[in-house]
Design a protein around this ligand. Structure first.
Ligand SMILES: [Zn+2]
Length: 161
């Protein structure tokens, strides 16, 4: 590490950043689809460029779960939904039902402005990450497998093309 005060010059690796933006946006889409179609909330996740896993609180899964998720993700990518970013006053952000559901307990009490990422019509999150501008830019999402990780915990593994 350079000492504090040292001038440095940085650059973003465009290919890696773009892959991470697509993958991260794909996880938003996946979380939105699984909540809308199965009522399940996210319990955890992890990602690398173009590959990721996400865990959901879901006691029962239908036999065609994997195919239904893959089909729904394909529909949402093709729909080319806008992905919008807004900075809202805390009260306004916390009045959004999806934010109440997912983030009210995670954000520090002193936070006055909340950054909101909205896949219009599908999913709204309080979020500090980088995203593509619309769902079509995510590209194809392949659902690789569904794993059981405990009583009500289902892990979805996905890969982007
Ligand atoms: Zn995000």
């Amino acid at each position: 590490m350079p000492p504090v005060g040292t001038s440095v010059r940085g650059a973003i690796e465009d290919d890696r950043r773009t892959a991470l933006m697509r993958t991260h946006s794909g996880l938003h889409l996946l979380a939105g689809v699984v909540f809308r179609d199965f009522g399940a909330l996210v319990t955890g996740g992890n990602m690398e460029p173009l590959t990721a896993r996400m865990d959901f609180d879901l006691p029962e899964i239908p036999s065609d779960f994997k195919d239904r998720i893959a089909a729904a993700c394909a529909v949402e990518v093709a729909a080319d939904r806008a992905i919008r970013v807004d900075n809202l006053p805390r009260e306004e952000a916390f009045a959004i039902p999806d934010i109440i559901r997912t983030a009210t307990n995670l954000l520090p009490p002193g936070l006055e402005v909340v950054r909101i990422v909205d896949i219009v019509g599908l999913d709204v999150q309080a979020d500090g990450g980088t995203h593509v501008a619309s769902t079509r830019q995510i590209g194809d999402i392949e659902v690789l497998k569904v794993e059981n990780k405990g009583k009500a915990n289902r892990r979805l593994r996905v890969r982007l093309q």
